[in-house]
Design a protein around this ligand. Sequence first.
Ligand SMILES: Nc1nc2c(ncn2[C@@H]2O[C@H](COP(=O)(O)OP(=O)(O)OP(=O)(O)O)[C@@H](O)[C@H]2O)c(=O)[nH]1
Ligand SMILES: [Mg+2]
Length: 418
Amino acid sequence: MSLLSPKKPEIPTDTIAALSTARGHGAIAVVRMSGARSFPILTALTGKPPGPQGRLLLRDFQNIDRGMAVVFYGPRSYTGEDMVELHCHGSPVITEELLSRLESLGARRAGPGEFTYRAVLNRKMALLDAERINARINAGSRQTLTLLDTSPGSLDLLTDLLDMAYNALADVESHIEFEEGEIPSFSALVARLAWLRGQASLTQRNASLPAVLLYGPPNCGKSTLFNAIIGYERALVSDTPGTTRDYLEAEFYFDGVGFRLMDSAGVRSGGDALEEQGVDRTKTLHGEASVVIDFSGDTTDDPRVVPVQGKADLSGAPAQGILGVSGVTRVGVHELLAEVAKRVRLFQQGDGWDLWISRTTKDIFDELHTLLGAASTAELPEISAHYLVRFCEKLRQDIDQPSIDLYDRIFSRFCIGK
Ligand SMILES: Nc1nc2c(ncn2[C@@H]2O[C@H](COP(=O)(O)OP(=O)(O)OP(=O)(O)O)[C@@H](O)[C@H]2O)c(=O)[nH]1
Ligand SMILES: [Mg+2]
């Protein structure tokens, strides 16, 4: 089986550069360069040639900054090409200047995912597994990271499925030839594909951070709690009911689980037109949220809802099944977050999330599902065989000769610098 096929894109010969750390201000930033001219460009930038393999060199980046240059000699690098990492101070002015200088010395600015794209072309990783790199960067929980490490590669999953499909085809063809017994049902193949698609759906569900909504009447302390949880004064707080109108959101991590915490307009009727629009948004968010922290005082069977009583420092003990919390004294906040993390895990894991499956592999499974549906509902074994042959051909092609379209689909979802 070969990933290098004549239909594959050509290996590029130019040298690319990009900022690989997040944009904005930070202690350090890393600008990466990959390609045949990486070392000559580094020499031109710093006035000195790169040192021996793996050496870290302190360099003057031509009046722009002083920093560290890390050199990787191909093929022992991420992309398989000669690579340089320039570690500089994390200022957008510095990194932009540095990139412009690299451009003027002959590098080209990299597009999304271009470093990983080169790694695939240089056989550093299989195309269908390149998405794991992106998933690792975007992982919202420890569970995702663990599954990224333990799940078999997409090529192995597809190859196993192809074996099962060949067996199913052999059964149908021998039935056609000898016309004995019932038409084979290839139920094992159907069950396996259904399970894989279920795992792929769970993976997708976990691909974005789940939304946790603060919900309840005006003035109950939602925005105060929002600020207390995220650790800074993001939301306006006042004793005037109806303060929050637009909803706000901020990412938050607790006990290895990430979520998007959302503050919303307090729900009541009779406010002005703007407030009513805010309340409508809150109601929509309530329908979509993975977990709702509900200050309304009601209890419910909805597993997404965690009932709380706000301003626990002022009020007496809450009723059975309701958690007392205060954004001012932080009473109950830790317990609340533990409960939210528990609900988020339930939502994320569903019934047994055991395998991380990439989005492109999910798309392949969906196409295979259509073919298998046609094969399993066909009334004549010849028609079943026809669709099973197409099923096998499609799998064979995705394993051996991924199309250029597949490359585009995968790398367009990457960030620049990866
Ligand atoms: N003592 C006490 N006061 C609180 C607590 N939480 C909020 N407050 C006060 O209650 C008032 C309303 O708080 P907010 O956090 O703005 O309430 P809200 O639910 O966001 O209100 P709306 O945005 O109008 O829906 C403010 O004066 C807060 O200082 C709390 O836990 N204890
Ligand atoms: Mg508010």
